[in-house]
Design a protein around this ligand. Structure first.
Ligand code: SAM
Length: 296
C-alpha cells in the first residue's frame, strides 16, 4: 500500500524533523516508526472501518495517525509534547477526521473525552506505538477504564508483550498477565526489530492485540478484591502462596482457616502464585469473601 506521501518513510520523516528542528526527548519515550508496512499491519490488526473510532496515544509526527485516519471514521490522538502540535497540524492537514488532543494520557479523563468527542461511535479501539516508560500504567488504565473498547493494538517492549500473553506456570506470568487476560483475549501479533524506529530503542519490540471481552472468563464476586488477592500472591515471587497470602492479606491467627480453605479448594499451600490459573484466583478470591476471613 505504501504511498510516496506517507509520513513514515525515512526521507519524509527526516524532512519533517529538520524543517521543525525537532530533537527527540528520551524521557518521553520518543521512538518514531519509519516503516509503512509495519504501520499497515498494526492498523489491520485493529479491524477498523469507517463506522469505528480510534484513539491514538502519542502520535509523534503523525505516522500512524494518518493511517488510522484512512482506516477509521474518526481519530482522537493524545500527545503530551507541545512541540509536536504545530508539526501535527502540518502533517495531518489533509485529514478532517483526525483530532489532536494535547495532554498526558494518564491524567486525562478518557471517559469524558469519548463521551464528548466520539459519541456517535459504538466501538472504539486504542491503537498506538506506546511510550515505553509508561506502558504498564497506560495499559492498566485502559483495561480498568470501562470504556466501550473493542481492541487495544499497541507496540510495546517485547518482554512486556510476553508477560501479557504468558500462561500460568511460566516465568513471565504475573499480575499483568492475569489483568490483561481477565479483560481481554491476548495475542502477540508480531515481533518488531529496533531498526524500524528512529532513534533505535535498546530493546526489541512487539505488537500485542488485546481483544476486549464482553464479560470476564470467570465469575468474580468483587473485581477489586480479586485483583488485591492476585497482587498479594505475586508480591514475593519466591514465597509460597500461603506465605504471600498470610503476609499480604490475613491476620496470623487465621492461618489454620486459610490452610483449610486452600485444602477445600484443592490448591496446595506450597504452590507459587505464578502457577495459579485465573480460574483458581477467582475461586480463591470468592471463597475468602464467602468465609469472611479478612476481619479479625
Ligand atoms: N506514534 C508515533 C510513531 O509511531 O512514530 C510516536 C510514538 S513514540 C514511541 C511515543 C509518543 O508518545 C511520543 O510522541 C511522545 O511524545 C508521546 N507521549 C509520551 N508520554 C505520553 C503521555 N503520558 N501521554 C501522551 N503522549 C505521550
Amino acid at each position: 500500500h505504501a504511498s510516496g506521501k506517507d509520513i513514515a518513510t525515512p526521507t519524509r520523516t527526516k524532512e519533517v524533523l529538520e524543517k521543525y528542528g525537532f530533537s527527540f526527548k528520551k524521557s518521553l519515550g520518543q521512538n518514531f516508526l519509519i516503516d509503512t508496512n509495519i504501520l499497515h499491519n498494526i492498523v489491520e490488526a485493529a479491524d477498523l472501518d469507517s463506522s469505528k473510532a480510534a484513539i491514538e496515544i502519542g502520535p509523534g509526527i503523525g505516522a500512524l495517525t494518518e493511517q488510522l485516519g484512512r482506516a477509521a471514521g474518526h481519530v482522537l490522538a493524545i500527545e503530551i509534547d507541545q512541540r509536536l502540535l504545530p508539526i501535527l497540524e502540518d502533517t495531518l492537514a489533509p485529514y478532517d477526521n483526525i483530532e489532536v488532543v494535547h495532554g498526558d494520557v494518564l491524567e486525562l479523563d478518557l471517559a469524558a473525552l469519548v463521551r464528548d468527542k466520539l459519541s456517535g461511535y459504538e466501538k472504539v479501539s486504542v491503537v498506538a506505538n506506546l511510550p515505553y516508560y509508561v506502558t504498564t500504567a497506560i495499559l492498566m488504565k485502559l483495561l480498568e477504564s470501562r470504556l466501550p473498547l473493542e481492541n487495544i493494538v499497541v507496540m510495546i517492549q517485547k518482554e512486556v508483550a510476553e508477560r501479557i500473553a504468558a500462561k500460568p506456570g511460566s516465568k513471565d506470568y504475573g499480575s499483568l498477565s492475569v489483568a490483561a487476560q481477565f479483560y481481554a483475549e491476548t495475542e502477540v501479533a508480531m515481533i518488531v526489530p529496533a531498526s524500524v524506529f528512529i532513534p533505535r530503542p535498546n530493546v526489541d519490540s512487539a505488537v500485542i492485540k488485546l481483544k476486549i471481552r464482553d464479560r470476564p472468563p470467570v465469575e468474580v464476586d468483587d473485581e477489586n478484591f480479586f485483583f488485591r488477592v492476585v497482587r498479594a500472591c505475586f508480591a514475593q515471587r519466591r514465597k509460597t502462596l500461603l506465605n504471600n497470602l498470610m503476609s499480604g492479606l490475613f491476620d496470623k491467627q487465621r492461618k489454620d482457616e486459610v490452610i483449610q480453605m486452600l485444602s477445600d479448594l484443592e490448591i496446595e499451600p506450597s504452590r507459587r502464585g505464578e502457577t495459579l490459573s485465573i480460574d483458581e484466583y477467582a475461586s480463591l478470591a470468592n471463597e475468602i469473601i464467602r468465609r469472611q476471613l479478612l476481619g479479625k
